[in-house]
Design a binder for this molecule. Structure first.
Ligand code: NDP
Ligand code: VSD
Length: 386
């Protein structure tokens, strides 16, 4: 059953900026009471003012509490207690506080690994640990973790960041298995690069390779990311991703992630919609080094009508389901168990296609790395001769 946001208490860590702020706004617009958690008090008050502009009734409240979520569990526990005293038990916790630092493995300080692990990982453990008992007792709750596409695959420059975002997934999978019988649902979001103050900050020190690789997929608006996350959290979907590349990444890296909702299977319809917009995967263009990074298979830019997701059967093909959500749902009708556990032929074919596309991406990432290396070698020679 979807969580009803009107009157619900939503705690958003990292709610004073970027994606977290947009999530808070999205929930507030739907009638929730909000607690914002972050360190800087000025930013918190600023965000509170901005969020309050979107109120839909005069009872709604935005509470701000300043704390570092990565430092001391008892502090975080206290903050949650304060929030619950003022606004009642937490219905939804969004762990969005986080940061990114990139650089080559040997250039990153050892302390950076510790820092990212404590902010991104422990900073998600502490608030979750502080709300879980009450959620289980009440048989109500949503816990959202904000990972990243870089939490689904490791990329050049992200040795410290990716590992801290991968850790979140292990936590989330194990936790979901524990709390599902108590009607508490966990969501992990894997956003792509998103236009936020944090992203601008990160870009100041990003290695060229990391930037070029990231540029093969487009930058998202935080409002769009927030909308998707809130929607998936309300539904209780374990996975939350954006766009056609996000969908493919999630399919390819799903491992044995829990299937918490039938509507998750319906993501197929979303995939078709995002392909139709011909963004991301279909129009990556070329990068700074003048090299086309689009995998060859996507060059014709016409998969919505010709890809394996077409709802129109090829001429002469036997007619199958007239279901737009073909991939996950065309299970054999004689199957008496949960149809979700049985892959269809279409799904098997689709996964093969995704894997093939992924190999093209990986190939283009390798050549970006190689070209950057050669470019550097060249300019070093030029510097010496000059
Ligand atoms: N933007 C992007 O491209 C992507 C971002 N993400 C993830 O989404 C999340 C939000 O990112 P984004 O909106 O860009 O980030 P911003 O830097 O814009 O916002 C980060 C928020 O987290 C708070 N915060 C940071 N560290 C702490 C801490 N130790 N304790 C409490 N609060 C903290 C900040 O407030 P304050 O500094 O005052 O504490 C701020 O409110 C992060 O986890 C990020 O890794 C994932 C994929 C892509
Ligand atoms: C078949 C599948 C193909 C998929 C291709 C995937 C391409 C991946 C590019 C990933 C860009 C990294 C995003 C990290 C965002 C982030 O977390 C930071 N911006 C944080 O601030």
């Amino acid at each position: 059953k979807p969580l009803a946001l009107p009157g619900a208490h939503v705690v958003v860590t990292g709610g004073s900026s970027g994606i977290g702020k947009c999530i808070a706004i999205e929930c507030y617009k739907q009638g929730a009471f909000i607690t914002l958690v972050a360190r800087n008090e000025d930013k918190l008050l600023q965000a509170k003012k901005e969020i309050e502009k979107h109120s839909i009734n005069d009872k709604q409240v935005v509470l701000c509490i300043s704390v570092d979520v990565s430092q001391d569990y008892s502090q975080v526990e206290n903050v949650i207690k304060q929030a619950q005293e003022k606004l009642g038990p937490v219905d939804m916790l969004v762990n969005c506080a986080g940061m990114s630092l990139s650089g080559k493995f040997e250039d990153l300080e050892v302390s950076t690994f510790e820092r990212l692990m404590s902010v991104n990982y422990l900073g998600s453990v502490y608030p979750s640990r502080a709300v879980i008992t009450t959620m289980k007792e009440r048989r109500v709750g949503r816990i959202v973790f904000v990972s990243s596409q870089a939490g689904q695959l490791g990329l050049f420059g992200f040795t410290a960041y990716s590992s801290s975002k991968f850790a979140i997934r292990g936590l989330a999978e194990a936790l979901q298995m524990e709390v599902k019988p108590y009607n508490v649902y966990v969501t992990v979001a894997y956003p792509p690069d998103t236009d936020t103050p944090g992203f601008a900050e990160e870009n100041k020190t990003k290695p060229l390779e990391t930037r070029l690789i990231s540029e093969t997929v487009s930058v998202c608006k935080p409002e769009q990311v927030a909308k998707q996350i809130v929607k998936d959290a309300i539904q209780g979907n374990f996975n939350s991703s954006i766009g056609s590349d996000g969908y493919m990444l999630s399919s390819l890296t799903c491992g044995m992630a829990p299937v918490t909702s039938i509507t998750e299977g319906l993501q197929q319809s979303r995939f078709r919609t995002s392909l139709g917009k011909s963004e991301g995967l279909m129009a990556p263009g070329s990068n700074q080094l003048g090299q086309v990074v689009a995998p060859p298979v996507t060059q014709d830019a016409g998969p919505p009508s010709r890809g394996p997701h077409s709802t129109h059967p090829r001429p002469g093909a036997p007619e199958r389901h007239h279901c737009s959500t073909l991939v996950f749902l065309n299970c054999r009708p004689t199957w008496h168990g949960n149809p979700q556990w049985l892959p269809s032929t279409t799904e098997v074919v689709t996964m093969g296609l995704f894997r093939t596309i992924a190999l093209f991406y990986l190939g283009s990432f390798d050549s970006i790395v190689r070209r950057c290396m050669m470019q550097r070698a060249k300019s070093e020679v030029a510097d010496k001769t000059a």
